[in-house]
Design a protein around this ligand. Structure first.
Ligand SMILES: *[C@@H]1O[C@H](CO)[C@@H](O)[C@H](O)[C@H]1NC(C)=O
Ligand SMILES: *[C@@H]1O[C@H](CO)[C@@H](O)[C@H](O)[C@H]1NC(C)=O
Ligand SMILES: *[C@@H]1O[C@H](CO)[C@@H](O)[C@H](O)[C@H]1NC(C)=O
Ligand SMILES: *[C@@H]1O[C@H](CO)[C@@H](O)[C@H](O)[C@H]1NC(C)=O
Length: 239
């Protein structure tokens, strides 16, 4: 394990290293979804369950990096604290758990469910590469920067049109998927999914998702979208 971790740690930082195309891998998936959550509205969906936003969380956070259509690919490959030791500070900031007190449990779930299916790609062939790649993608595909640049700031006072969001995020591809939750007859923005190809370029022909059982729904054009602020009252930020 020590040897293995050492190999993994030699990975260079920076997307140039990570974006090398895996032309000859054994992956049985073509597309990845990079999902980011908006903490300002996330806790609204948990009326009774504990949910909190750490003080240092001020923007969009990582939900996960998911190979499409594959889950739980290797039950024996366990995540250890040592695997991601040097990444933990950044992970706490940018990939926090809002509902689990121990963030490592959230990362373990994500690794087990999704990360083990990504190891067929060179860029994600071990836990350290997988988690550091997600952090790099968070920097590269910054939703915070895109929305701020378009003048879209979190507020209770007014809503924004779907088109406003869509054009703000146009650099992230035409298939960026906005997900909302209905709260007090408002649709509130909850999550944004960015489809990526295996070579980590923007866009991929993902099959249409079936939302019939999903908690969040695609945001619709039919109503404006609220972008709730991050407040000290995460269960009810806009009373
Ligand atoms: C790609 O993988 C196949 C099967 O594992 C192997 O036979 C082939 O030599 C590989 N090609 C390259 C360019 O590495
Ligand atoms: C599953 O994980 C183990 C490490 O626990 C590894 O040795 C093995 O190669 C993995 N299997 C696949 C199919 O990736
Ligand atoms: C907008 O709403 C915030 C609370 O989100 C409030 O503090 C602020 O005074 C409001 N601003 C205006 C211009 O109404
Ligand atoms: C979505 O899934 C549900 C069952 O979970 C099924 O009844 C429905 O037909 C599916 N819709 C589409 C468009 O595939």
């Amino acid at each position: 394990m020590a040897l293995y971790a050492a190999i993994c740690l030699t990975v260079l930082y920076g997307l140039t290293a990570a974006t090398q195309v895996d032309m000859n891998d054994s992956c049985r998936w073509k597309c990845l979804t990079f999902a980011q959550l908006w903490p300002g509205s996330f806790c609204v969906t948990f009326s009774s369950k504990q949910c909190r936003i750490p003080k240092y969380v001020t923007g969009w956070t990582i939900h996960g990096l998911w190979p499409d259509g594959k889950k739980y690919c290797n039950d024996t490959w366990l995540l250890t604290e040592e695997d991601i030791d040097d990444l933990q500070d950044d992970l706490h900031h940018y990939w926090p758990s809002l509902i689990k007190t121990i963030a490592f449990k959230f990362w373990t779930n994500e690794w087990h469910k999704h990360g083990t299916c990504a190891t067929c790609a060179d860029s994600m062939s071990c836990p350290h590469k997988y988690f550091s790649l997600a952090l790099q993608l968070w920097t590269k595909f910054s939703i915070d920067a895109a929305l701020t640049a378009a003048g879209i700031n979190p507020t209770c006072n007014n809503s924004y049109t779907y088109e406003h969001f869509h054009s703000a995020l146009s650099d992230l591809g035409t298939h960026v998927n906005l997900q909302c939750y209905n709260h007090k007859k408002r649709q509130i923005l909850m999550q944004i999914k960015i489809p990526l190809s295996k070579d980590l370029s923007i866009g991929c022909n993902t099959p249409e998702e079936n939302f019939s059982k999903s908690f969040y729904k695609p945001c619709t054009h039919k109503a404006d979208i609220y972008f709730y602020p991050i407040t000290q009252h995460p269960h009810n930020p806009c009373p």
